[in-house]
Every structure is written in structure tokens, then in C-alpha cells.
Design a protein around this ligand. Structure first.
Ligand SMILES: Cc1cc2nc3c(=O)[nH]c(=O)nc-3n(C[C@H](O)[C@H](O)[C@H](O)COP(=O)(O)OP(=O)(O)OC[C@H]3O[C@@H](n4cnc5c(N)ncnc54)[C@H](O)[C@@H]3O)c2cc1C
Length: 387
């Protein structure tokens, strides 16, 4: 028996669920297939930092290459997407909580960006007014001022910047909430491993083969994270998405009490609402190796020690591994594939997929509604990679 729907979404990570939610509430019949429970992969394990300004410490690809010395912001090419994505969270967060009944643990603590060179300080100085004008109050602080904020922080002679506006959520709660929203809008979620896709002669619909039987849909959205290339290659679409392994430590809080800023430098150090100090993250090309390594644990503790020596003395409560769907330019991939262009590719969120997903979900729905081949932003189009 074949199950038929308007749209079939492969992947119940944040990209798939944000797409499913938007499609279902626009009136389409939607089925979401995943081989695993919601939140099993990166969408359930990410740090949950929503920051449109600063580059992440576990950044990969273009964010780590060829940036001028001292650049602490995301590269210019990523800034428009970051702005639009952040705005989508501001617009939709409350609705997501209301509809799902899930507290996604929005946490507005400021970011204390520590500087490790005169160039970083000069860069922040040149951006502070711009970021403040955009609603992200940015104040340069001296080494002494940082000690006054919290004597346990360990700044260099170059000081830092207090940035207000970027914030945190709990990724697992967020992806769970998105699943509730998608279901409430009428999307059906089923467990199945997709094995292949094929275009049907005649109807032009896409036939989706799974270990649980066949599905047929007018449009298929491939949002299978770093596993997306395996599904797309057999239908003739190569996307340069690869797994970037990221490890995070969650530490017991410092014995001397909590601290109230996200400290950012060689890593993120943040006391989250789960009561644990998250130290994030590493980035490695190691395929789909899910093993937490001692080397990463040591590296993360060393980075934490650099910024706040006491934090690194606490016991490790959790050591997690998940995979970013990474692209060479650190931008997602959105576009049409398949014989008739009715396979929509939505992946490549890299280290910013949680912040990007609500914008991507809206874009997917718009592409289905209008039949448009390209997303609004050329910078994220599938066609940028050529044939
Ligand atoms: C360590 C780390 C920290 C991060 N921190 C942040 C952060 O602070 N802020 C931020 O914005 N982003 C962050 N990210 C990035 C973010 O987690 C990812 O970009 C995002 O979760 C990817 O979502 P996705 O839906 O594309 O993929 P995934 O979450 O990987 O979901 C893909 C889904 O597809 C399913 N699937 C795959 N193949 C098949 C198949 N054949 N059949 C059926 N189902 C299949 C999988 O089971 C999975 O559920 C972080 C990532 C890492 C690794």
C-alpha cells in the first residue's frame, strides 16, 4: 500500500519540522518521516545559542577561513541570513511556546566576548555603534571592568565587549515544541528509514521507498541533515554537505555559585537553565563517528579554564556528540532537485541551524506555494554550487 500526501518531509530535525509546520498550517497534507525519535540528532543536542552577530567558536568552513585578523563577527556573506533568521525567532518564539505548551527556556543573559588581540578589540570597536543601532547594545569593557563584573572571569589585557540581545534556548525543548506545532497544524509524523526516491512516470509525483513501505507525494522535502547527500546523489544531485562532528561538555556549576553572562572566546561557556555549565564546542571532520573523545574533553576543559579557571574544576555531568550538516561556505542549501524539480533540498545549517530553521521553514513553504525555483536569498541557493 502507498501512503499519499501533498508534501512528504524527510527528517524531523529543526529544518524538517519548521518546514512541516509552515506547510501544514498553509493547508497542505504533510507527512514527516524520520528513522528516529524527534531530537535524536543535532537538533536535540545543540547549544541553542541564537546569535546573529558573532561567529561561533565551533564554526567550520568559510567562517574559519580567510577572515581578516581580529574579525569576531560572522563573515559579511552570512549576515543577512543571520538577521532574517534571528528575526523569525523573535516573531515566532511565543507562538511556538503557546501552541506546544513547551517552555523552550528562552534565556536573555548577555554575551561577554573576550578579546585575545588588539585586532579583536579594534574590530569590536568599529562594530559597536552599528550593533547597538541594530538593537544589540554593545559596550567595550576593560580588563578591570570584567573583573568587577565577575572576579572569576579571566580576561586578557585586551578586555572584551558586553553584547546584549543574542540569547539562548534549549534545543531539545525547541525541537520538541516544533514537532507539537507541526502536529497541531495537521502534519503526521511517522517512523521510517527512507532508502530511496524516484519520480513516477505519468503523475510526476515522487515515490519514497522506506523500510516501512512506500509513500507518494507531489513534493518531497529532503531535510535529513548531514545524511541528505546519500538520498540526493542517486537522483543526480550532489550537494557538498558533510558531517562536522561537534562535542559539548556539560559541567556541574562552579562551587562558588552561578555566573550571569555567557563567556565567549575559544569556546562558549554558559550556565544554562538546566543548571549545568555548557562548554561548546569542538569541530572535526571524523565522518559519523559518535564516540566522545578524551582529546576533545581535554581541549574543551582547557578552553573553559582559559576563560574561567574555576569552571573547569567542576565534574563533567555529560559529554555529548552530534553532527552539523556543514557546507564549505557555512551557508545552508535550499533549492529544487529531481527530474521535475519537486524534491526540495533544505539542509546545511552547519553550526547555526537552530537559529536559521524558522526562516528556512517559511522559505520552503513559499517555494511550494509559488512554485519558485530559487529561495529569496541567492547566497543559500542550491544552484550556487553549479551542476
Ligand atoms: C555541537 C553543536 C552545537 C551546535 N550549536 C548550535 C547553536 O548554538 N545554535 C544554532 O543555531 N545551531 C547550532 N548547531 C547547529 C544545529 O544543531 C544544526 O544545524 C541543526 O540542528 C541541523 O538540523 P537539521 O534538521 O538540518 O538536521 P538534524 O538535526 O541532523 O536532523 C536530520 C534528521 O533526519 C533524519 N534522517 C536522516 N536520514 C534519514 C533517512 N534516511 N530516513 C529517515 N530519517 C532520516 C535523522 O534521524 C534526523 O532526525 C550546533 C551543532 C552542533 C553539532
Amino acid at each position: 500500500m502507498t501512503t499519499v500526501s501533498d508534501v512528504l518531509v524527510i527528517g524531523s530535525g529543526v529544518f524538517g519540522l519548521a518546514s512541516a509546520w509552515n506547510l501544514a498550517r498553509a493547508g497542505r497534507s504533510v507527512i514527516v518521516l524520520d528513522r528516529a525519535p524527534v531530537g535524536t540528532e543535532a537538533s536535540g543536542w545543540a547549544l541553542g545559542r541564537l546569535d546573529p552577530l558573532l561567529k561561533g567558536s565551533g564554526s567550520t568552513g568559510a567562517t574559519e577561513q580567510d577572515l581578516p585578523e581580529g574579525q569576531i563577527s560572522k563573515p559579511e556573506a552570512q549576515q543577512e541570513l543571520a538577521r532574517l533568521s534571528f528575526r523569525a525567532h523573535q516573531e515566532l518564539s511565543s507562538e511556538i511556546e503557546d501552541v506546544s505548551g513547551v517552555d523552550i527556556q528562552v534565556d536573555h543573559q548577555p554575551t561577554l566576548q573576550l578579546f585575545y588581540s588588539a585586532e579583536e578589540r579594534a574590530f569590536a570597536k568599529s562594530y559597536a555603534a552599528r550593533w547597538t543601532a541594530q538593537g544589540f547594545q554593545t559596550d567595550l569593557v576593560t580588563t578591570d571592568e570584567i573583573h568587577k563584573i565577575d572576579s572569576r572571569f579571566n580576561p586578557t589585557e585586551f578586555g572584551g565587549a558586553m553584547v546584549r540581545g543574542p540569547y539562548f534556548i534549549d534545543s531539545l525543548r525547541f525541537v520538541t515544541a516544533l514537532a507539537s506545532c507541526a502536529r497541531a497544524a495537521g502534519a503526521r509524523m511517522e517512523t521510517a528509514t527512507v532508502t530511496s526516491l524516484e519520480t513516477l512516470v505519468g503523475s510526476g509525483n515522487v515515490n519514497v521507498h522506506t523500510d516501512q513501505g512506500h509513500y507518494e507525494a507531489e513534493t518531497v522535502v529532503v531535510a535529513a541533515g548531514p545524511w541528505s547527500p546519500d538520498l540526493l546523489k542517486p537522483i543526480g544531485t550532489d550537494i557538498p554537505v558533510h558531517p562536522s562532528k561537534g562535542e559539548i561538555l556539560r559541567l556541574e556549576p562552579p562551587a562558588s555559585g552561578p555566573f550571569s553572562a555567557h563567556v565567549h572566546g575559544p569556546c562558549s561557556l554558559v550556565l544554562k537553565k538546566d543548571g549545568l555549565v555548557w562548554v561548546a564546542a569542538t569541530a572535526a571532520d571524523a565522518g559519523f563517528d559518535r564516540t566522545p573523545t578524551d582529546a576533545s574533553r581535554r581541549k574543551l576543559l582547557e578552553n573553559a579554564r582559559t576563560m574561567m579557571p574555576e569552571a573547569a574544576e567542576s565534574a563533567v555531568a555529560m559529554h555529548t556528540v552530534c553532527f552539523r550538516p556543514a557546507t564549505p561556505d557555512d551557508l545552508p542549501v535550499l533549492g529544487r532537485a529531481g527530474d521535475r524539480g519537486n524534491v526540495i533540498v533544505a539542509t546545511g545549517g552547519g553550526g547555526s541551524g537552530i537559529v536559521q530553521c524558522l526562516y528556512i521553514g517559511r522559505q520552503v513553504e513559499e517555494m511550494v506555494a509559488t512554485g519558485r525555483a530559487e529561495p529569496e536569498l541567492a547566497s543559500i541557493s542550491l544552484s550556487r554550487f553549479g551542476d
